[in-house]
Design a protein around this ligand. Structure first.
Ligand SMILES: [Zn+2]
Length: 83
């Protein structure tokens, strides 16, 4: 992994915990525009975040996932992370 990519993946995981500063966002988006590798990583990261939000809702909001939804989520996650 290139050094720049490492930093970007760190920013991506930071963005799950806190709001990125403006210069971090700029760096992030500029890099993503150039690097397909990081675009893929970012997509899987978003999926994981969505999945964990869904799980939270399921736990606290009594929204249950159907088997079909669950299956679809697993498949999408698997595909996007390359197995
Ligand atoms: Zn990259």
């Amino acid at each position: 992994m290139k050094h720049a990519c490492k930093e970007i993946s760190r920013l991506a995981s930071n963005s799950l915990d806190r709001k990125l500063k403006l210069w971090e966002k700029v760096k992030f988006h500029v890099h993503l525009a150039m690097c397909s590798n990081c675009r893929n990583c970012d997509n899987s990261m978003k999926l994981i975040r969505e999945a964990s939000e869904l799980i939270q809702k399921t736990k606290y909001g009594n929204i249950r996932l159907s088997n079909v939804q669950r299956e679809k989520m697993h498949r999408t996650l698997k595909e996007s992370t390359g197995g």
